[in-house]
Design a protein. Structure first.
Length: 95
C-alpha cells in the first residue's frame, strides 16, 4: 500500500501510472507481469517473472515464464501453465 504526503501527491502518482499496477490482493489482470513465489512443484522457478495470459479454470491464472537475463527462453515454445493467485507476487513498476 502506498502512502502519500498530500492529496496532490497522491493524485500525481495516480496519473503518473500508479493506477496501472495498483490493485487489491488477489486481483490479477491479463498481461500483468508478476513474480512466481512459493511453488512447491517447481522450486527453481520461484522468483522468476511471468506474464498473465488470462484466467484458467478453478480460479487460477494461465501464465508463461518470461526470459531471465542470460537465460534464453523462446516464448513461442515456452509452455504456459496455470497457477493460483496466491503464487503470484506483485512487482513494482520500473522507473
Amino acid at each position: 500500500m502506498a502512502c502519500y504526503c498530500s492529496e496532490r501527491c497522491q493524485s500525481k502518482a495516480w496519473s503518473d501510472g500508479h493506477d496501472l499496477y495498483c490493485r487489491k490482493p488477489g486481483v490479477v489482470k491479463k498481461n500483468d507481469l508478476l513474480q512466481l513465489q512459493n511453488l512447491d512443484s517447481k522450486p527453481t522457478w520461484n522468483g522468476q517473472i511471468c506474464k498473465v495470459l488470462g484466467p484458467a479454470p478453478n480460479g487460477r491464472f494461465e501464465v508463461v515464464r518470461m526470459p531471465l537475463p542470460d537465460t534464453p527462453i523462446d516464448l513461442d515454445y515456452e509452455p504456459s501453465f496455470s497457477v493460483s493467485a496466491s503464487k503470484l507476487g506483485r512487482l513494482r513498476p520500473l522507473k
